[in-house]
Design a protein around this ligand. Sequence first.
Ligand code: ADP
Length: 623
Amino acid sequence: MKKKTDTKKPYKSLMSNAAWSFRRLMKYAPSSFIMLVLCVPLNIAMTYAGIYLPSLAVAEVTNNSSFENALLSVGGLLIAMLAGSILTDIFRRLSRSRLGIYRYMVTDELTRKSLGCFYQIYETKKMRDLLGRAERATQMWGGTLPLVDLPTKTLSLIEAVICYFLFGTALTFVSPWIVPILTAAPIVNWLCAKLYRKWEYSHREEQSDIDSKLWYVQSKPSDFGFAKDIRIYGMAEWIRDMYRKLSSEKRRWENKSILRQFVSGLADLFIILIRDSGAYALLIAMALRGEITVDRFVFCFAAISSFASFIGSIIGNYNSMQSVSMYICDFREYLDIAEYDGTGEAAIDGMLELSPEITFDRVTFRYDGAKTDTLKDISFTIGSGEKIALVGLNGSGKTTLVKLLCGLYEPTSGEIRINGIPVKKFYRRDYYKLFSPVFQDVETSFFSLAETVVAGSGDEPDYSLAEQCMRRAGLGPKIDSLQNGIYTRLDKQVNEDGIELSGGEVQKLMLARALYKDAPVLVLDEPTVALDPISESRVYEEYMRLSDRKSSLFISHRLASTRFCDRILYLDNGRIAEEGTHGELVDKGGKYAKLFEIQSCWYRDGSGGSKESSGKGEQTNEI
Ligand code: ADP
């Protein structure tokens, strides 16, 4: 593993993170905040009472007080302590239940960010790793729950600081040496912990890299979609081997971390020993010299042991706050990632009724971290209502171009315009309304068929329209065969009565969703790849009906499908190599024609048939 010397500063300071968590706490669970704050003076009073009680009892005895007086003062204090601890306990329990609300509400901010974050950014490894670390802030991890621990530990720190000054002042009256002895020593401990934290923070990216790989490999055995390949291609041993390697790497990191914690803890113990012996020796010497009374000796003895715990609490809470603050840094860094939401200067009004003209003007795109451009200097226009077919070999950049068009990516250079307006001038969520895409790599979730189709349309769901769309997409027989029809739930791993759809059925469902959305621009990325010939032909027919008066972009490897399109763009290695109608391109005899020839010969009697007549619509029966 490559050594990292990155010692970059935390994203936000501890103070800033503490203030941030208090603002959230006041916003989402104000009653919890009030109760936690009320616990501070209560705890201080209880601590004072606890220290004062033995010396009070001794004073009552040494001053020869009457039994009634002693009972009244000592008993009264005990009753007050009991009432205080009951009240603190009630506050603590009530605030804990409210803290749950605060935790879920803040976690919801993370979920909202993940769901709405600009796709291009969301896809990068850096962002995925950051998300993994940000999620830790919301989860119980190694005995800490950063989101909750930061405000609670801050209040504990404030409480310990107040106690430090309160009892420090009392002890200073006894001897001016006690407080410096008790205070100076723990600084060594604080420095050790600081060194450990610095090491932890500077290596957190390597650790989260291992964590995310480990999580990925761990999740594979339970990934149903992967289960067939694992068995048939004998991948089990390979996965286990990978798991072993990653987990031993993880263990190495954990061992390093434990060793550093151990050294830091050892230094802590050593310092405590020196500190306490020094302070107690001083007090005993004073008592032997008769410089303090017995009850004062008892009070100071109890105060010193508590005083040491205040300092321990200040340092411990501060160290814990620093540790959990790192996770809050990741959480806030994730929330602060730019949204690229568009300026909103332009509105899509009018474009929903009449399909807009789309222009790619010298668009170049390079994936994050890639060495070369995937799309190079692409320029073309899709006129209002025009149907464009995008054709090209695997990896030529078709899907990337579609994602750019749909606003999932931003060009590295060049510009995409809608009716002459640059895309970034639209609010992104409005811009998405312009498109009804059907992507290749679609996934369904545990919703019902109907919910999947109407999902996110924003308006009141129209389930009868959803059913019509499903039937138009060829799902009629499937729906009729199901007891709950369109309300049947998907994913039988989550829903006991759920169903699994075949690849082709999922594609039909996604087409139904696009039909339901009925946006002015239709984008189909190989929508027939998993369909049987009858379904495929139905999709083409539906496509013709659906794309009437709509602008559309259609990717397909089946060149027969281009007969529905006004124009074909042939993409080769990220560039538009050829452009024209099917007939023009076949006549040209270039790369498209060659591809067409290779494909069509499989459909003719005998192999390697000659090139057929060209011209849009004529030759496609051959395919
Ligand atoms: P096509 O749809 O024509 O098969 P793609 O647009 O999917 O091609 O991919 C074009 C190139 O971009 C390929 O070389 C692919 O490896 C690369 N690519 C696709 N998606 C990503 C991604 N998310 N990150 C990095 N590279 C990608």
